[in-house]
Write a protein that binds this ligand. Sequence first.
Ligand code: AHR
Length: 360
Amino acid sequence: MIRKSVIIIIIALLCLMAVRCRMVFLPNQEELIAEETKELIVVGFSQLGAESDWRSANTESMRSTFTEENGYQLIFEDGQQKQSNQIMAIRTFIQQDVDYIVLAPVTETGWDTVLQEAKDAEIPVIIVDRMVNVSDDSLFTCWVGSDFELEGKKAAEWLNQYTIKKGIDPASLHIVNIQGTIGASAQIGRTKGLADAARTNGWDLMAEATGDFTQAKGKEVMESLLKQYHNINVVYCENDNEALGAIKAIEAAGKKAGSDIARGEIMVISFDGVNQEALGYVLDDKITCIAECNPLHGPRVRAVIELLEEGKTPDKFSYVNEKIFSADETVTTLEVDGITCEVTILKENPSDRQEDRKEQ
Ligand code: AHR
């Protein structure tokens, strides 16, 4: 009887020891999770907002690139169009001691202080899409995005070639520009591209007003411009969402969006080439020409991070190659900045354009 209770005590002691040994030598659940995430590269991404289809495609590109399967932990913050929110997000990323900060800035200026803080914390900052205008370029590691002024020049040169080929008097062009968010690189470059061409070619650029890159604002601004100016024959919209809004306003005013300005149509020129409805409108001749702005930056930013991980130095500025789309075959090539650019004539299913972009 005594021997039996001794055996039970010994077994109990052994069990206790086994539990203690496990506590001492085996990692608990939290330690296991920490171990698993330790390998992941942590990227804090401050996205400026969700104002357009371009922006949604850009966010999706980042989310689908910086996945755990690819070795990343992505911390995503939506700035909701406010620079103050983006600055707050960057400060939080610094506190979290992320490995990289990726910033898609809403406007160009106002970043010096917070980028200095990131530099002091020795966290590399990659700027994506729009640029930052800072006093010291060493405040960011590198930038990946579009040449927005070139996009504007291409769209304007397309219009110039169109008028030449159709024999339209340049002075008879009465243009309004629905601009993007004021102070954003995409607005600055595209506005300059048009304004310079208007001066050079003798076009009547009657008004510039911001549509904030949104459909609602594009419609609102076009409604008011149509009331103010009765001779508009070209509307230059600084993105496709604004163009969709402007077309609604044109049609609501009983006018027609189209390339036949000699017959009273209003020609719509736009940027992006992401929104499927806008690409469909090119085929319908409601939008005459779109200068592409490519949003698929996720893999490009990842390539930069991989270089940095290998201890290499990426190019400070990487520009994406972009096309110009039209369904009208009047203009097939453009000369811009001494470079010949083929116009991509849309005929097929517009969703094919997405495939085109992935290959670049
Ligand atoms: O900065 C890129 C621009 O921002 C895109 O043209 C526009 O659609 C977006 O909102």
